[in-house]
Design a protein around this ligand. Structure first.
Ligand SMILES: N[C@@H](CCC(=O)N[C@@H](CS)C(=O)NCC(=O)O)C(=O)O
Length: 217
């Protein structure tokens, strides 16, 4: 397998975690977002959307991190990153989508560049936008965890059940982004406890941004 990504890209980090959990080796290709390499001719030939990550496997060039997590689960089911039952899978996918569909797209690099470059927001307004959507989204994540707890469905250290799932895989990189922009996290104690539990696992720790070969010094 080949993974095109960037150390600070939270969607790339999702893939690094899943590959590590499943013990899968891959060849890494580094696409520097600050250097705009995602829009260079070379990378656009791989992924015409100009976004990371891209996974190449078995002659297929695959995109969209949530679809890629499902792909890895279907092609390498052990250890699972989704619960066995349909309701459990729906709960976990819903949590993952709070991050992947409700927070990340609003704070993606191209959106932030548009806010500053085209609409002329200053750094303070940019940071307010960023933290607003992180805080709103994570509060929803927190209330979902609370709801699962009330139904007896959390059962462990992680977001759902007793094992790590794609919900945790999406959550942890988003918390790294929140730290980077100094967003307040005190309103989401359950969520932060899940983050700490995940970071105790090598698959999350060793794949974190600063430990990647393309991390800037
Ligand atoms: N929905 C896509 C989003 C991918 C995405 O937006 N990746 C970001 C990095 S986290 C990116 O490549 N941004 C480049 C840009 O905005 O120019 C996914 O989950 O894979």
């Amino acid at each position: 397998m080949e993974l095109y990504g960037y150390y600070r890209s939270s969607t790339s980090y999702r893939l690094r975690i899943a590959l590590a959990l499943k013990g899968l080796d891959y060849q890494a290709h580094y696409v520097s977002l600050p250097k705009d390499e995602q829009r260079g001719e070379g990378y656009l030939a791989v992924n015409p959307h100009g976004l990371v990550p891209t996974l190449v496997d078995g002659g297929h060039t695959l995109t969209q991190s949530l679809a890629l997590l499902d792909y890895l689960e279907e092609t390498h089911p052990e250890p699972p990153i989704l619960p066995a039952d349909p309701a459990g899978r729906a709960h976990v996918r819903a949590l993952a989508q709070v991050i992947g569909c409700e927070i990340h797209p609003l704070n993606n690099l191209r959106v932030l560049k548009y806010l500053k470059g085209t609409l002329g927001l200053d750094q303070a307004a940019h940071d307010r936008w960023y933290c607003h959507w992180v805080t709103e989204g994570l509060k929803n994540y927190e209330s979902s965890l609370q709801g699962l707890e009330a139904q007896g469905l959390r059962g462990g250290r992680y977001s759902y059940g007793q094992a790590v799932t794609i919900a945790d895989i999406c959550l942890v990189p988003q918390i790294f982004n929140a730290y980077r922009f100094h967003c307040p996290l005190d309103a989401v104690p359950r969520t932060m406890a899940v983050f700490e539990a995940c970071m105790a696992l090598p698959a999350f720790d060793e794949t974190q941004p600063k430990k990647q070969p393309d991390a800037e010094a």
